[in-house]
Design a protein around this ligand. Sequence first.
Ligand SMILES: [Zn+2]
Length: 90
Amino acid sequence: MVRPAYRSRSYKRIWKRTPSGETKLAFERRKKIKHKCARCGKELAGTPRSHLEQRKLSKTEKRPERPFGGMLCHRCLEELIKSAVRISAI
Ligand SMILES: [Zn+2]
């Protein structure tokens, strides 16, 4: 019996050939992850596109190294920083 989580149909079932020559059932996520900006919903650049890819990367490769990197897109961050500075200057 497979792991309970794999019984969900959100996993694709794929037959894969192992190095020994056997074909075995493998489970893969159907949906690719798409990281989106928390403010505008735009797809984020510099973030991995799949779970498999994400697992292999180091922390610094998973999102941009700036404040709110991986949370907000560069445009939203720019606007928020500008507005924060302008409010504090008054
Ligand atoms: Zn945004």
